[in-house]
Write a protein that binds this ligand. Structure first.
Ligand SMILES: Nc1nc2c(ncn2[C@@H]2O[C@H](COP(=O)(O)OP(=O)(O)OP(=O)(O)O)[C@@H](O)[C@H]2O)c(=O)[nH]1
Ligand SMILES: [Mg+2]
Length: 477
């Protein structure tokens, strides 16, 4: 059975080749396991240059905490040498997980790292689940849940602004703010419960007017501020997804290539070239934008194209913004109409491509019922109008966000939903205090408001929520 008391191990560095790679071990047996497979290279006193790094192969070697050791990983069974390494050994609680932690810095080849990991596992460690090191840091109280989530955000950060927001959260800015409101609610609940338990002694303990004022300031205003920050700035942390759609051959793949400045998607003059969805990430003024090129939409009997079209429509549904592309030098036709009907509920920028082919008398007239706030004329082939298009994407994505990101605490969607739940409960408390509702009912709503904030920081949180959060991590973090 998997338990939190197991000693866990994993490769902490990305798959592939690298200068170094790290196998990380955490738990009560971390030192013993590492000691069993490590032979330090001891300097011999008075050795002359070139002689002083003999592997003296000390068995029964013991690490001191927070030291770095140089030596070899050796299979104790057959004394086979696996790699030359640096090992850092750290006794808890001054470690990432608060447990004993050993990091083996080896050479970064997949085969060598797996051989070391296998050896470590054969000595009694268990392979760590995704995010399990961070989960232990959370379970042992070194960080709260918002800080644990920020670790994922730092790892996944796609822009500098992205990183800045994650760094603020990792330092505990959101946790502190939420804890402040939560502590205030707890103080009010303590008074309300005292009034319930000892009605005679604490008759006038609660002054509804003062309590309401304080709740407005410490809870309602504070939570509202955080929710507003989410609305204003979540785009900088979460990014947006943008799908390019249109008839075959209008130039969708050409636009993707122009935006990412490389030949990412195949471009030909044959309609129906793109069949699969091709995604690339752009950094538009700090906003991570995932842009996807899709299969041209049109009525077809070709079974392969049909699959591509179905995929495209499903994908468009889940996108934040659609770039609807038509050809600028041709009037819109029935196929364009068909596409518009399928996407008209989405947020759209209409992109008129191939402006280089426009003759003075061939400008496109749009049907009356096509209303677009945003239209842009481009040439994907000749790189015209692309900057204007980028600006429109940013404008639509960021909206009126005027937030100072240096100072902002920006919750994620999970936090925002819980902030809203807590806010609703706190507002109900205020209303009840105004109406003189019984303390028992007030206490119920206070508890609701407290619990919702508790789930944000992980004070009161169910295992399945933790599983869901930590499953987003990579193995080894
Ligand atoms: N003149 C001109 N030709 C363009 C422009 N953009 C794309 N093309 C050409 O139009 C043809 C089709 O371009 P693609 O980018 O493959 O079009 P698509 O919309 O991805 O096509 P499908 O994948 O078949 O749906 C190619 O020959 C491109 O070179 C443009 O701005 N001007
Ligand atoms: Mg294409």
């Amino acid at each position: 059975m998997i338990t939190d008391s197991d000693t866990i191990a994993a490769i902490a560095t990305p798959a592939g080749r690298g200068g170094i790679g790290i196998v990380k071990i955490s738990g009560k047996d971390a030192f013993a396991i590492a000691q069993a497979v490590f032979r330090p290279l001891k300097s011999r006193p008075h050795a002359t240059a070139g002689q002083n790094r003999q592997n003296t192969g000390i068995r029964g070697f013991k690490f001191k905490s927070h030291r770095l050791y140089y030596g070899h990983i050796i299979n104790p069974k057959d004394s086979a040498l696996l790699d030359e390494v640096l090992i850092s050994a750290m006794r808890g609680p001054n470690t990432y997980t608060r447990e004993d932690v050993v990091e083996i810095n080896a050479h970064g080849g997949a085969v060598a790292l797996h051989a070391i990991l296998d050896l470590v596992l054969s000595q009694g460690a268990r392979l760590a689940d995704p995010g399990e090191f961070t989960r232990r840091a959370f379970l042992h109280g070194r960080i709260d849940l918002t800080q644990a989530e920020a670790v994922i955000d730092v790892i996944n950060a796609r822009t500098q602004k992205n990183l800045k927001l994650a760094a603020a959260q990792i330092s505990g800015a959101l946790k502190d703010r939420v804890a402040l409101s939560r502590n205030h609610l707890i103080a009010v609940l303590t008074q309300v419960e005292a009034a319930i338990d000892f009605p005679d002694d604490v008759e006038d303990l609660i002054d509804p007017k003062l309590t309401i004022q304080a709740l407005q300031k410490e809870v309602v205003a504070s939570l509202n501020g955080l929710i507003r920050n989410y609305i204003d700035a979540h785009i900088f942390r979460d990014g947006i997804s943008v799908a390019v759609v249109g008839r075959p051959n209008v130039g969708k793949s050409s636009l993707l290539n122009q935006l990412v400045k490389k030949d990412r998607a195949i471009v030909t003059d044959l309609p129906g070239t793109t069949r699969d969805i091709i995604e690339e990430t752009l950094n538009l003024q700090g906003i991570p934008v995932v842009i996807s090129d899709t299969a041209g939409l049109h009525p077809t009997e070709n079974p392969i194209e049909k699959i591509g079209i179905e995929k495209t429509l499903a994908h468009v549904n889940g996108s934040d913004l659609v770039l609807f592309m038509v050809e600028a030098h041709r009037p819109v036709g029935p196929d364009d109409h068909g596409i518009y009907d399928k996407i008209k509920s989405k947020s759209i920028i209409m992109v008129h491509n191939k402006m280089d082919l426009i003759k003075s008398d061939s400008a496109t007239a749009l049907p009356d019922d096509w209303r677009f706030e945003d239209q842009v004329l481009i040439s994907a082939l000749y790189d015209n109008g692309i900057d204007q298009l980028k600006e429109k994407i940013i404008k639509l994505a960021a909206g009126k966000a005027s937030l100072d990101l240096n100072a902002a605490i920006v919750p994620n969607l999970r936090h925002k939903l819980l902030l809203e739940a807590s806010l609703a409960a706190a507002e109900a408390v205020i209303e009840q205090l105004q109406n003189g509702t019984s303390s028992e009912l007030v206490a119920i709503h206070l508890q609701e408001a407290i619990d919702a904030l508790g789930v944000i920081i992980g004070e009161t949180v169910k295992v399945d929520v933790l599983d869901q959060i930590f499953s987003q991590f990579c193995v080894g973090k």
